[in-house]
Design a protein. Structure first.
Length: 276
C-alpha cells in the first residue's frame, strides 16, 4: 500500500483511514501519540527514510478515528498550497480549501511529511497551530480559523538529511513533542517484512540480517542504510519470482548509492546471505 491509498477521501469527502494499517510498535510511540492527541500537543516524528513514520501516523489516525490529511512537502510547497486558494471556474471565482485548512475545519490530523523540504512560509503558517492559540490564519480570506479539540498537527523530519540550508530550526522543533523512530529491532523487523511482503520467515531473516550489516557501512561513506520499506520491496520481488540478484540489486544496492565501491561492498554483504 502506498502512502496515500488508505487515507484518500471517501464518497462523503471524509479522509478517514478505512482499514487498520499494519503497524508493530518499536517502543511507546503509540502511547505517546495518544497522550499528545488527548492533550492537544503537536508531534514531531524523527527518523530515517522508511522507518515507519508515515505508517505510524496512518495507524494512529485509524486508531483515533480522525480524518488524515497527508502532505508530501517539496521545494515549491508554499503556505497557500496548505491553506487554500481562489480559482476561476467558468464565470465564477471559487475558494478551494487546502489540506491544512481542511484538517483544521474537520478536526482531523494534518501530517506534513519531511517539512524542511517546504518553503519557509510553511513553518510560519503552522506556528499558531502549535501553541496555546491553535488557530490558522488564512491571509487571502482575511480570516482566522480556530482548531477544534480533536485537531492534531504532526510533522516528520529526517535528521540524516539536515544541512545548513535545510534544517529544522530550534524555534520550530521546540514547539513539538518529539517521537524518535529508528530501525526496528531485528526480531520486530523480521515480523514486519514477513507480514508486509508475504514471504516466509527464512527469507525475512536473511534480508534483515543483511540489512543490519549494510547499515554499518554508514561509517564508511554510505549516506543512509537500507530502510525497512526497501526490505519489504525486496521480499515482494523475491516472492514474485524475480531472480535473486536482480531483486536485491533493485532494492538494496542501487537505491542506496551511486558509488561503485560502495555498491561492491553491499553486494559482498548480500552474497553472505544469498546465492547469486
Amino acid at each position: 500500500m502506498t502512502k496515500h491509498e488508505n487515507n484518500k477521501a471517501n464518497e462523503h469527502g471524509d479522509f478517514r483511514v478505512a482499514k487498520e494499517p499494519f503497524y508493530l510498535p518499536q517502543g511507546k510511540e503509540i502511547e505517546m501519540f495518544e497522550a499528545a492527541h488527548a492533550s492537544k500537543l503537536p508531534v514531531l516524528l524523527n527518523g530515517p527514510t522508511g522507518s515507519g513514520k508515515t505508517r505510524l501516523v496512518e495507524h494512529m489516525a485509524w486508531r483515533l478515528n480522525r480524518p488524515l490529511y497527508t502532505v508530501a512537502c517539496h521545494d515549491d510547497l508554499s503556505a497557500n498550497d496548505l491553506t487554500g486558494r481562489y480559482i476561476i471556474k467558468g464565470d465564477e471565482v471559487q475558494w478551494i480549501d487546502g489540506p491544512l485548512l481542511m484538517a483544521v475545519r474537520s478536526g482531523g490530523i494534518a501530517y506534513l511529511d519531511e517539512v524542511v523540504e517546504a518553503r519557509k512560509d510553511v513553518t510560519v503558517v503552522i506556528h499558531p497551530l502549535t501553541d496555546h492559540r491553535r488557530y490558522l490564519p488564512v491571509e487571502k480570506k482575511g480570516k482566522i480559523y480556530h482548531a477544534p479539540e480533536e485537531f492534531m498537527m504532526v510533522i516528520s523530519y529526517n535528521p540524516n538529511y539536515q544541512s545548513v540550508l535545510k534544517e529544522l530550526k530550534p524555534s520550530t522543533r521546540q514547539r513539538f513533542i518529539s517521537i524518535n523512530l529508528g530501525w526496528p529491532a531485528e526480531d520486530l523487523e523480521i515480523r514486519i517484512v514477513s507480514q508486509e511482503a508475504g514471504v516466509d520467515e527464512q527469507i525475512s531473516v536473511k534480508l534483515v540480517r543483511a540489512a543490519n550489516r549494510i547499515r554499518h557501512l554508514i561509517h564508511q561513506g554510505l549516506e543512509e542504510g537500507v530502510s525497512t520499506r526497501e526490505l519489504v520491496y525486496a521480499g515482494t520481488l523475491l516472492k514474485s519470482g524475480m531472480p535473486v540478484q536482480d531483486a536485491l540489486r533493485a532494492t538494496m544496492i542501487e537505491p542506496l548509492t551511486y558509488d561503485s565501491d560502495l555498491k561492491k561492498s553491499i553486494e559482498e554483504v548480500l552474497k553472505n546471505y544469498f546465492s547469486f
